[in-house]
Design a protein around this ligand. Structure first.
Ligand code: ATP
Ligand code: MG
Length: 183
């Protein structure tokens, strides 16, 4: 699965609909302090199912919604869509009947988050599972937050092990075992 496009609407500083095309190879995001570079990475993590407000640098999940500026009123919802190229059909079963996958997460004030995959309503869990096996996802070591390297250096062995397990791609197995135990 390859990320091909990220679409933001009302997410943090991206109040107007914004498309970010993710081309093959390396993508760099360059800009002055405060222009929204970290917000882009947070949008990516959020649409993949991130549910910890702290990971989004906010106090509550609704803090991702555009909060207003001197010239613009606040918005009532935020939406992020992630387009995946699945032409190699590597998505987990249940998601693998299409060349393109579009994952959409939308949060509305007082109504929480809703997720869709290719316009079909799904649970947060389904989206998290979709990424867990691919070693991507909200908690993936592939997404390194600002300041995270020093956190890693100072981490306790147990949390460091979790990061290594993610990197080895086995955390999806743990999550599936946990789901199976709950059933
Ligand atoms: P740096 O180079 O300093 O790391 P950056 O490009 O990563 O900067 P971000 O941290 O992504 O910048 O963006 C910060 C900006 O986003 C701030 O101006 C902040 O006010 C704005 N912002 C964050 N959340 C919201 C929100 N909910 N509504 C409106 N603006 C927001
Ligand atoms: Mg930043």
């Amino acid at each position: 699965m390859r990320f091909s496009k990220l679409r933001l609407n009302g997410f943090k500083s991206f109040v107007d609909p914004t498309d970010l095309v993710i081309a093959d190879g390396l993508t760099g995001v360059v800009g002055p302090n405060g222009c929204g570079k970290s917000n882009l990475l947070e949008a990516l993590r959020w649409v993949m199912g991130e549910n910890r407000p702290t990971a989004m640098r906010g106090g509550g999940m609704e803090d991702v919604i555009f909060a207003g500026a001197s010239t613009r009123p606040a918005r009532n919802f935020a939406e992020v869509a992630l387009l995946l190229d699945n032409s190699e059909r590597l998505a987990p079963s249940g998601f693998n009947d299409n060349d393109n996958l579009e994952i959409v997460r939308r949060i509305t004030r007082d109504a929480g988050s809703a997720y869709k995959v290719n316009t079909k309503d799904v649970r947060a869990r389904d989206v998290q599972m979709l990424f867990a096996d691919a070693s991507t996802g909200a908690h993936s070591p592939a997404l390194v937050r600002q300041g995270q390297i020093s956190e890693l250096i100072n981490a306790k062995p147990k949390s460091r092990r979790r990061i290594l397990e993610e990197a080895a791609g086995i955390s999806g197995l743990y999550q599936r075992r946990h789901e199976a135990e709950l059933k």
